[in-house]
Design a protein around this ligand. Structure first.
Ligand code: B12
Length: 487
């Protein structure tokens, strides 16, 4: 069967660090590999590059079109993409999947979509293809939310979580033509690699553990080593919580060294408390790359703030993790959450913390109830209907305690304290010195766009343009459930 997999353009990324990160659609590459193993002919298109969906549909004449929806902020764009596909090919079966689709499918339930995947795709997409090929019944395929004549309904869940070794390596060739367009921070091109999936912790703002029921799955050491060895020089590790299983992580570091893997740059995401108890592990991994960055969810500058989001670790761990990582020559990037309910003192506490511990490489996002979390279920009935693209963690979804104009002054001031402020500690010239001459236009463009985040009037204009025009609530909770996690 001809199958087309699409990664839509996420739409509005005028705010946030979107411009600094554009990575390959790894989930689609794994699904592509699974489909090929079943004998299908697969094409994949990353719609952040030309041409658009309709051209791809005409070119590949697919019977099945899979569209990925990773982030809640993409719901509208995914639906638009599905409509474009429907117009170009009225008979194709249109199937949407990915984190946001599985965690909260309701916004995708429309005529342009035939089914939504409520779980990982490696097993389910080949089952859908097989059912379509045989003219069989889709209601016997597990893990779906299916559009039927009388409405949307769920098929039974998969009886177990998909083993990550089912598909050992992604079909990277599907999008390799865009490789030079994939980048992170100063590194270009970049490869996205997954060694494990899931997280056992329970931070209230995160939808990952809730979708996967706090489980953690790992790929085999052999598969990960092969993937690292055959990927390029700059690696973004997609794992939700790197170094979680210390014995396996040590084994992996040893196996990579034995294979002679050494990269220009690696970025991983992990927790502060894990770093505090993993000095040996960190020392074992550090020689694997010239530059090795860690993305830390720092989240708050006070224990009270961390407790409020169920971080289950304290500020002492944040400080110690940063110290330890720096001692081992890791670069520290991080993120803090800004609560719309903050007053001026809360902003001052954060600024002091950032200055005291030299955390100017951190980013700052607005605490956002992401669909798929209990936090969302709790507050969504009180949030007015507005574009899903506002769920990018840089928009206010409701009126903040200090009022929107003052909030944005304080928020922009917070960003001004980061290294992204080219009028601050790190000038445009300092940035340029860090990159090859050929990268100067790219980095200049990205930094130019990012300066918007230091301008309160830019946020206010955006707020006025996108804020709710109605008091109608955002969602109807009678629709949409997910297979795992909170269930
Ligand atoms: C890599 C990543 C990014 C990359 C972009 C990825 C891309 N390709 O474009 C970057 C760094 C840019 C990014 C940015 C952001 N991200 Co992000 N990101 C991730 C991360 C860590 C990994 C995704 C991944 O590649 N996993 C590995 C692959 C193999 O798995 P997968 O994509 O899940 O694919 C599988 C299934 O989902 C499914 N599937 C996927 N596609 C399809 C399609 C079909 C048809 C089917 C059937 C199935 C299917 O099958 C695949 C194989 O099993 C996830 C965490 C997560 N666990 O999902 C967060 C995550 C998706 N991001 C999140 C968030 C919040 C953001 C930001 C808003 C953060 C911020 N601070 O600004 C921004 C938004 C940027 C923007 N404006 O677009 C949240 C989304 C929550 C939500 N409900 O919306 C997540 C879940 C993280 C979290 N802890 O909460 N992100």
């Amino acid at each position: 069967m001809n199958i087309l997999l699409l990664r839509p353009h996420p739409g509005n990324d005028r705010f946030g660090l979107g411009p600094f990160f554009r990575v390959e659609p790894l989930g689609l590459e794994y699904i592509g590999a699974a489909l090929r193993a079943h004998g299908h002919t697969v094409s994949a298109a990353d719609l952040r590059f030309r041409p658009g969906a309709a051209t791809w549909v005409r070119r590949t004449r697919p019977r099945l079109v899979g569209i990925s929806c990773l982030h809640a902020l993409e719901y509208e764009r995914v639906v638009e993409t599905a409509r474009e596909v429907r117009r170009a090919s009225p008979d194709a079966f249109i199937f949407v999947g990915g984190h946001a689709a599985a965690a909260f499918p309701a916004p995708l339930e429309c005529d342009a979509v035939d089914a939504i995947c409520r779980d990982d795709g490696e097993e389910i997409v080949p089952l859908v293809a097989a059912a379509l090929a045989k003219g069989g019944r889709l209601d016997e395929v597990p893990g779906l939310r299916l559009r039927e004549p009388d409405g949307w309904r769920d098929t039974p869940c998969l009886d177990r979580q998909t083993c990550l070794d089912l598909v050992p390596l992604p079909a990277r060739d599907l999008v390799d033509r865009h490789r030079s367009g994939y980048h992170c921070l100063l590194f270009k091109p970049v490869w996205l690699v997954e060694t494990a999936r899931g997280c056992p912790h329970r931070c209230s703002f995160c939808s990952v553990w809730q979708l996967y029921g706090r489980s953690c799955r790992e790929r085999s050491i052999a598969a990960v080593v092969e993937d690292f060895a055959t990927a390029g020089d700059s690696i973004f590790v997609a794992d939700d919580l790197f170094w979680h299983n210390s014995a396996r992580s040590l084994e992996l570091a040893d196996a990579l060294k034995k294979r002679g893997v050494f990269k220009r740059w690696i970025l991983v995401q992990t927790r502060t408390d894990l770093i505090c108890r993993s000095a040996d592990l960190m020392a074992a991994w550090r020689p694997l790359a010239k530059d090795f960055d860690i993305f830390l969810g720092l989240e708050a500058a006070t224990d009270k703030g961390l407790a409020g989001i169920t971080k289950d670790s304290g500020v002492a761990e944040s400080v110690e993790a940063v110290r330890l990582a720096r001692e081992l020559r890791y670069g520290i990037n991080g993120n803090f959450l800004i609560d719309p309910d903050w007053d001026e003192d809360d902003f001052c506490d954060l600024w002091d913390f950032v200055a005291r511990y030299g955390l100017q490489r951190a980013g700052f996002t607005i605490l956002t109830p992401l669909p798929g979390t209990d936090f969302f279920r709790e507050v969504a009935p009180r949030i007015a209907r507005q574009p899903w693209s506002n769920f990018d963690m840089h928009h206010l979804l409701w009126e903040p305690r200090v009022g929107a104009p003052r909030f944005f002054e304080l928020y922009a001031e917070t960003w001004r304290r980061s290294i992204l402020n080219t009028s601050g500690d790190k000038s445009l010239v300092d940035w340029m010195k860090q990159v090859r001459p050929s990268q100067i236009p790219y980095i200049a463009r990205v930094l130019w766009r990012t300066q918007r985040m230091m301008k309160p009037e830019a946020y206010l204009r955006e707020y006025e343009a996108t804020r709710p025009r109605t008091t109608e609530p955002l969602v109807d909770f009678s629709a949409g459930a997910c297979c795992r996690g909170a269930a």
